[in-house]
Design a binder for this molecule. Structure first.
Ligand code: GBH
Length: 451
């Protein structure tokens, strides 16, 4: 006679991809080495008052020199995958022209090292570090073509060893945060028409990038995007609220993922923007709508949505001060978004494959006696994973999970003040120490279930 029911099965499919994610400018440092060109983030972080504590990515985690240590950390975790980004300006210091062999060599060494360790690389071509030499940056349509040339070249170069490529990371960040809110590089606050044009150049870069990668990389290369869409949870799990959350997801991402998945801008978006709508040229929408092999989502903070009598049919419920948050004020804890993010994107657009390209949390890590017992981070990750598991159980095609991040790093406008790593980095000595969350994640991977 048993005292309790059998534990619920929380295991993941046998071929599930377990990984960690990082980005070039956040970890590499070595910004003036081996011919690397300057980027918008070098300029921005060196402009006083833009980044907390006036921190810069000049040294970061020094991964340009310590990439073997990074690979050792990954091996220690037992991950089978790693998501990294390529610094465009190491390959083309001026954004275009002749490739810089030393920059290419760095990524060849990195990829070879990962493969030797049995780790599959997932490569993001652009995670916000734009070559500063490109005139006008994302305001200039030419930047989208320069990106496609670079992405095609790089995919071809790595194609004998890299099968999984993401074009860009988080459209809304490098467009809106940089050009509407001005809190990321290049720090502009443009009027609506300017912002919409930048957004258009962002999705166009993605689309032209997909075409260039398909033209140049080996057949069988899988291409997708890592995007942070506006995510929504139905306030109540009933049909009317679920329909409202689905509609909010489609309409509130009209300038980004919706355009990519549907190959057009929604009429409601164009009507709402009026004269400020983006200027679109012939062929743009077909490029933007290029079919993808997978969609990857960075999943952190959502908004709750309820059905509403308004013309839109939904209402977004604002966050309140008492919502639970991690160390970054924006990082509201809402594990159900893990399920709803995957489900609503699947229901709307039926991608063949989905990945979680980022999920993780900042915490004020307690450092005592050389230990970092970051139980809040474990709590956060365990709860999000439980909701991803729910999506898998219901048959949604979620094939992998990349934890943000392998180690503490340069957290953009927050500098080194916000720590997202499962390895603690002492930025004076560059010493890396596994936090308790690293031991937890290792056990999750080893058993292929939530512990
Ligand atoms: C991701 O962005 C990035 O891809 C990654 O590079 C980053 O390190 C990681 O997440 C953790 O932040 O300051 O209140 O105005 C996540 C989406 C959107 C989160 C912008 C921070 C700024 C909000 N980011 N947001 S606020």
């Amino acid at each position: 006679q048993r005292a309790a029911a059998d534990p619920v099965d929380l295991s993941f499919p046998r071929d599930f991809r377990w990984g960690c994610a990082t980005a070039a400018y956040q970890i590499e440092g070595a910004v003036r080495e081996d011919g690397r060109g300057q980027t918008n983030w070098d300029v921005f972080s060196h402009t006083p008052g833009k980044v907390a504590n006036n921190d810069t990515g000049d040294v970061a985690c020094d991964s340009y020199h310590r990439y073997r240590d990074d690979i050792a950390l990954l091996k220690g975790l037992g991950v089978n995958s790693y998501r990294l980004s390529i610094a465009w300006s190491r390959i083309f210091p001026d954004g275009r022209g002749t490739p810089n062999a030393k920059g290419v060599d760095y990524y060849n060494r990195m990829i070879d090292g990962l493969l030797a360790a049995g780790i599959r690389p997932y490569v993001t071509m652009f995670h916000w570090d734009l070559p500063a030499a490109l005139p006008g940056g994302w305001q200039n349509r030419d930047t989208a073509y320069a990106f496609a040339d670079y992405a095609g070249f790089m995919a071809k170069t790595l194609s004998d060893r890299v099968q999984d490529v993401m074009t860009v990371n988080e459209l809304a960040c490098f467009t809106d945060l940089g050009h509407l809110r001005g809190i990321h590089a290049p720090g502009l606050q443009l009027p609506p028409a300017g912002v919409n044009q930048v957004r258009h150049h962002g999705v166009l870069a993605h689309g032209l990038g997909v075409q260039a990668i398909r033209a140049q990389a080996r057949a069988g290369t899988r291409v997708g995007i890592a995007d942070n869409i506006a995510l929504h949870i139905p306030a109540i799990e009933t049909a009317e609220h679920i329909a409202a959350a689905k509609r909010a997801t489609r309409e509130r991402n009209a300038m980004f993922l919706t355009a990519i998945m549907e190959g057009r801008y929604l009429d409601s978006y164009l009507a709402e923007q009026g004269a400020a709508a983006p200027k679109v040229q012939a062929g743009d929408m077909a490029a933007i709508g290029s079919p993808l092999d997978f969609v990857a989502l960075n999943i952190y903070t959502p908004e709750w949505v309820r059905a509403d009598d308004s013309a839109k049919g939904y209402a977004v419920i604002p966050h309140i001060a008492s919502s639970p948050r991690m160390a970054s004020p924006w990082l509201v804890v809402a594990p159900e978004v893990a399920y709803w993010g995957v489900r609503l994107v699947s229901d709307l657009w039926r991608p063949k494959t989905l990945y979680v390209s980022e999920n993780g949390a900042s915490a004020d890590d307690p450092v005592t006696g050389g230990r970092v017992d970051d139980v809040d981070r474990i709590m956060y990750l365990r709860n999000y994973l439980g909701q991803f598991r729910r999506a898998v159980a219901e048959g949604y095609p979620l094939k992998g999970y990349f934890l943000w991040s392998l180690m503490d790093n340069f957290e953009w406008a927050d500098g080194y003040g916000k720590r997202f790593g499962i390895h603690y980095v002492d930025f004076k000595t560059q010493r890396r120490t596994p936090k308790l969350s690293a031991a937890w994640y290792k056990e999750v991977i080893r058993r292929n279930t939530i512990v």
